[in-house]
Design a protein around this ligand. Structure first.
Ligand SMILES: O=P(O)(O)OC[C@H]1O[C@H](OP(=O)(O)OP(=O)(O)O)[C@H](O)[C@@H]1O
Ligand SMILES: NC(=O)CC[C@H](N)C(=O)O
Ligand SMILES: [Mg+2]
Length: 507
């Protein structure tokens, strides 16, 4: 899950993009980038690392201009090499930069098409570079020296009919403006807002509403599935639906884990959906575990805290923050490689022994994916002296790979793949394990916006909304992206040089 930001402003946008990216940092910790346009020239800074480490004062000073886009990356295709950090750039037509959140499911076919039809070379293994080239090729079909909104929308219509998968994207075109678009299933989130200034209206696009808020933009609305919005560099606003068929099926995992609780996605407050998840799961625990004695409810920080508090209230039990989170360690799930993820759990969380000693504890997490966190946390609770350790997950069993922008490429790496609850319970070492049911999870989220009739829930039920995913596809992705394949490729990629970002090596 990456984070994207774009601003068409009336004064320098570098600081606002930086600030927007810092509140989207939870969506990607691997790389960050900002590109701006000033005087008909792009200025780009991108590198591996957190926002605060990638942009130094000297970079910020060079990122001049009142229009720009930014990206924080969590790799879900290709490698984590800095050559695949975003935004990507292509010089024709006009000069285009693009930031992308999501994953294309037909990247290979598109790459082939780009080469045979347009003799376009894609230099990295990133699907986002392919998306940029597809867009560039479509925009290049018009021979006009200046494209208008209709030309932009015609290109996005083509992109939407060619590309499949999840893509919320922001493109910036020299001499034109910003073109933001969301895939026809609305899998990945994208919102926009505006701000009035003496010089005129400024527009901002972002993955999550929290970025608009901290930058002082008023939230306007979500970009609709299949919609494209074009804001010219002078601030003229145009929008159009650019897909023949749309279904609104937002990714439910955004609500379970990815998004910040203070964001609102597709009119659903992420915080409220998590509280609802707590209510439903609390009720299930009361129904099914009436024979179990539980003394205290303890969350596994950070994402599950809001859920666990609600469970405690439903069960009328005390809620205690028995684990202290090291604020300098990021999210473990989005770290690259199982070794690093595993090591980071103990560095990140530490038990307060007195909260566990002699007690029957109910540990709550938002989800159990690889089981990296849960297995170690149960062990830590026991080491701290807990009598019985029960475990509750606010999401159902994660049994299938994700292909739309969450890095869960390999079924074999998922602790619940092909296993029943008893078996998983034994594997994480708890004395009892309970999962939220999928209908309850959907109801918890939908309660905030009943107009949404479908969610992208493939990791729980193996139903892929784009209809182009079969077992062969999943086998290919597994072979390419499972942990050991990834680490071999990462080693090879680390030696590759970047084409458009020579400054990255200059420290
Ligand atoms: O079963 P696993 O593979 O361990 O994945 C699930 C865990 O990973 C996430 O936490 P993370 O540390 O990424 O972030 P958080 O601080 O937002 O909870 C999630 O909240 C679960 O705790
Ligand atoms: N998590 C994402 O949205 C990643 C975007 C893109 N697929 C990449 O790997 O860079
Ligand atoms: Mg967690």
């Amino acid at each position: 899950m990456c984070g994207i930001v774009g601003i068409v402003g009336k004064s320098p946008v570098n600081q606002a993009i930086y600030d927007g990216l810092t509140v989207l940092q939870h969506r990607g910790q691997d790389a960050a980038g900002i590109i701006t346009i000033d005087n008909n020239t792009f200025s780009l800074r991108k590198a591996n690392g957190l926002v605060k480490d990638v942009f130094h004062t000297r970079h910020m000073k060079r990122l001049q201009g009142s229009i720009g886009i930014g990206h924080v990356r969590y790799p879900t295709a290709g490698s984590s090499s800095s050559a695949e950090a975003q935004p990507f750039y292509v010089n024709s037509p006009f000069g285009i930069a693009l930031a992308h959140n999501g994953n294309l499911t037909n990247a290979e076919a598109l790459k082939e098409r780009l080469f045979t039809l347009a003799r376009r070379h894609v230099n990295t293994t990133s699907d986002s570079e392919i998306l940029l080239n597809i867009l560039a090729h479509e925009l290049g079909k018009s021979e006009k020296m200046k494209l208008d909104a209709e030309d932009m929308f015609a290109a996005i219509n083509e992109v939407n009919s060619l590309a499949t998968g999840g893509y919320a994207s922001i493109a910036m075109i020299i001499g034109h403006g910003i073109l933001a678009f969301r895939d026809p299933s609305g899998i990945r989130p994208l919102v926009f807002g505006k701000r009035e200034t003496e010089q005129g209206t400024e527009y901002m696009f972002a993955s999550e509403s929290v970025a608009l808020k901290i930058d002082g933009y008023d939230f306007v609305r979500d970009v609709a599935p299949g919609e494209a919005i074009y804001v010219t560099e002078d601030g003229e606003f145009h929008s159009q639906l650019c897909a023949k068929q749309t279904t609104h099926a937002p990714c439910i995992f955004e609500f379970v884990y990815f998004a910040r609780p203070d964001s609102v996605i597709d009119k659903m407050s992420v915080y409220a959906t998590r509280v609802n998840m707590g209510t439903k799961l609390g009720e299930k625990i009361a129904r099914e575990w009436s024979d179990k004695e539980i003394d205290v409810v303890i969350p596994i920080p950070e994402t599950s805290c809001d859920i666990a508090l609600e469970i405690a209230s439903v069960l009328d039990l005390p809620y205690r923050q028995g684990f202290v989170k090291n604020r300098y360690i990021g999210r473990t799930f989005i770290m690259p490689g199982q070794e690093m993820r595993k090591k980071s759990v103990r560095r990140k969380l530490n038990a307060i022994d007195s909260e566990f000693k002699g007690k029957n504890v109910l540990l709550v997490d938002d989800s159990i994916v690889r089981g990296t966190t849960s297995a170690q946390i149960v062990e830590m609770a026991r080491e701290a002296g807990a009598k019985n350790v029960y475990f509750a997950s606010a999401a159902p069993e994660v049994r299938f790979p994700n292909v739309y922008g969450i890095d869960m490429p390999s079924a074999a790496e998922l602790i619940a793949h092909g296993r029943e609850v008893e078996d998983i319970n034994a594997s994480i070492g708890s004395d009892g394990l309970i999962y939220q049911s999928l209908p309850d999870l959907i109801a918890a989220v939908r309660e905030e916006n009943p107009e949404i009739t479908r969610f992208e829930t493939s990791v729980f039920d193996g139903q892929y909304i784009t209809g182009d995913i079969d077992q062969n596809y999943l086998n290919r992705v597994d072979a390419l992206r499972n942990d050991s394949a990834k680490s071999t490729r990462e080693k090879a990629m680390s030696a590759s040089l970047e084409l458009h970002n020579q400054e990255a090596g200059e420290e």
